[in-house]
Design a protein. Sequence first.
Length: 275
Amino acid sequence: MSTYAVGDIQGCFEPLQRLLDRIAFDPHHDRLWLVGDLVNRGPDSLAILRFVRDLGERAVTVLGNHDLHLLAVAEGFERLKRSDTLEQVLEAPDRGQLLDWLRHRPLMHHEAGYAMVHAGLLPAWTIEQALALAREAERALQGEAYRGFLANMYGNHPVRWRDDLTGFDRLRVIVNAMTRLRACAADGEMEFVHKGHPDALPPRYLPWYAVPGRRSQDVAVLFGHWSSLGLQQQFNVWCLDSGCLWGRCLTALRLEDRQLFHVDCGGSTVRGSER
């Protein structure tokens, strides 16, 4: 049995199928870990959702910002953007079942010496604390009052974590860190504007994983979300967003021996620009 962690798919179903052929994925014995953003911008979000859902316990996927965007649009709290490709999902006969399944995915997963999150972890959080905070937000998203959570999920404030935060402010910081974070200051202040390479970050800000004293550095963290960063392994983190959506490649990391596998995504189609 092997476990493969796969970078951001974002509706690119055909490259995913080629990658699974490349690794000879056996759904009866192997497992997939998916770093989030299953949907949007690519051409086949509906096929991706159906495929991953049907894998059942053989697939673990954490929620990404595009996945949450789909849920917010479906509930009427966000509008479709020009670059979105979510219409097939929203018009599907099994829309309700798919969205309910997606709403019950975790924000963070921890197993066998690895932690997986879509975007990042604030430097003050240990893995144990981050998991507990993820469970708080998951309970809000999965509970009967989930529409209230989605209605109050968006916004850039508060910009940093405090243990005494409560209510939607507390949940918003958790979600922003785990699904949107790329860079922050040494004191944990999050920066949400920059999407390019880390070399061009504004003064005071570092990639979240490079902040000195980051308390999660004793566990290997798998993440995506940062296509301009690309495939990276440093500071005991693995960025697996190798830019499939933008015509580069889709990557799988076999966790047992850390071997990498890639397929070319030169034929992928996308709305909008990389930035």
